[in-house]
Design a protein. Structure first.
Length: 458
């Protein structure tokens, strides 16, 4: 096979891995050695050429079938088989659901765009402030991955979960720097420990939330203090023999930059206790401050709320967290305390020390009855109806649905796609909407959703 075929008149399911690779290599041109377009903001490697990712056959196959389903959804009368019910359904039947999922996803786009801007700003900060201090391959790699992450993906609707899902072409894979990766990592950690903690509480154990602090570390001493505080907690609290009632612990380390430009290293901890825990004795043994100590109540959602508080910054991108915290403290009416600088205002030396300290360091640790919990299973999304692409245009994210965009334009109004579909629904003579007029601009927003529900029941 010497070139890309003019048409793909073969059964993709019958292709071997070698044949798919040959087709992909023939169809996809080599990456240019020159710098890519600025509009895509792709990171450049140390030698000045964009790094080409190895071909992933299974990934290419999955992306092909997603695109194929999106194209099929636009064809009049196209159908698919519902794997849960076994029945055959039409894509047109899913238009109301697609519209509602489309609207919900659009509400999330401003947040996605903000986190995309944070990734870009942090990549720029690393390039401008850290590279002059350390021209290392791993720093270039961080910059490249931050700049290339989440530019384009495919979105669809999970029938089993009843929600929209997004599969991105590329992720940064940097949960300590990328805000989106941090959110996903926090969800995985919560799934891993939530059920065991709730089971322990139901069996009669008490859960206590505490923050163990030590004096701030001066510049240059971050990694040493991170190691020291973890060893101190294990030695004084877990292994001293003075607290046999503590059966396990979930510890999460934070190390933001303080207002005095020193390192505020501390541990957020949930203790699993069988019996009575004396906070006074705990403070005496620890010696330094023990903040926010409290026993968690028993009830639905209590443990989940405590976990959210515990881990929201544990794996959260410090760049996003510190910016939010600084803004909150700056706007506080009480006191004249200077807020800590957000990560984007750190110097090159501070950024480099933080990055070096965090490389290869486990910030989340479990002990005792929580040690070596099994990894959570990936969420089973079931059958996904793929609807269209989501992409960043250089300023904001845009999402589109091939199914909704295939709706014929209303020549009288100039509306098309989702807007035309909304206009059509508002013009339907459904119960509760009679006499509303053709476009029904005066109809409240919830009337549209009522009409969707009525259409789905037909």
């Amino acid at each position: 096979m010497t070139g890309a075929p003019e048409s793909l008149a073969i059964d993709p399911a019958a292709l071997t891995a070698d044949e798919i690779e040959q087709l992909a290599l023939a169809a996809v041109p080599e990456l240019p050695s020159a710098a890519p377009s600025d509009s895509m903001d792709v990171g450049i490697g140390q030698e000045g050429a964009a790094r080409r990712e190895p071909l992933d056959i299974q990934r290419e196959r999955r992306e092909y079938y997603r695109g194929l389903q999106v194209e099929e959804s636009t064809q009049l009368g196209a159908i698919f088989r519902n794997q849960a019910s076994g029945g055959v359904e039409s894509y047109a039947h899913w238009a109301p659901t697609a519209l509602e999922a489309h609207e919900q996803l659009e509400l999330a786009l401003p947040g996605l765009s903000l986190r995309h801007a944070i990734r870009k700003a942090l990549a720029d900060a690393l390039e401008q402030r850290v590279l002059p201090l350390l021209n290392a391959k791993w720093v270039h790699n961080y910059i490249h991955r931050l700049r290339c992450a989440r530019w384009h993906g495919m979105w669809g609707y999970s029938i089993a979960k009843g929600k929209s899902v997004v599969f991105w072409d590329d992720k940064a894979g940097l949960s300590r720097l990328c805000p989106d990766d941090a959110r996903e990592e926090a969800q995985r950690l919560s799934r891993r420990v939530l059920d065991p903690l709730e089971a322990l509480q139901a069996s009669g154990h008490a859960l206590h939330y505490c923050v163990f602090t030590t004096p701030n570390a001066a510049a240059g001493g971050l990694r040493k203090e991170m190691v020291s505080i973890c060893k101190r907690f294990r030695r004084l609290i877990l292994k001293s023999g003075e607290f046999p009632q503590i059966k396990g612990a979930l510890c999460v380390l934070e190390a933001p930059l303080g207002a005095a430009r020193d390192w505020n290293v501390h541990l957020n901890v949930i203790l699993v206790v069988d019996g009575y825990l004396d906070y006074g004795e705990l403070r005496r043994k620890w010696y330094y401050d023990l903040g926010g100590a409290r026993k968690l109540a028993v009830g639905p959602g209590v443990v989940k709320g405590a976990l959210t508080e515990l881990i929201k910054y544990a794996v959260a991108a410090t760049v996003a967290k510190s910016a939010e915290k600084a803004a909150a403290e700056e706007g506080a009416a009480a006191g004249n305390r200077k807020p800590p600088p957000p990560m984007l205002e750190w110097t090159g030396e501070e950024l480099l020390e933080w990055l070096r300290a965090m490389r290869g360091f486990r910030r989340t640790r479990t002990y005792g009855c929580l040690f070596r919990l099994p990894k959570p299973k990936a969420e089973d999304l079931g059958q996904v109806i793929w609807l269209g692409p989501i992409s960043h245009d250089g300023s904001d994210y845009r999402v589109s649905s091939a199914l909704l965009n295939s709706i014929t334009e209303d020549k009288s109004t100039g509306l098309k796609g989702p807007a035309a579909y909304i206009a059509m629904l508002r013009g339907l003579a459904l119960p509760g909407l009679r006499g509303a007029g053709s476009l029904g601009d005066q109809i409240p927003r919830d009337a549209l959703h009522r009409s969707i529900e009525q259409l789905q029941k037909m």
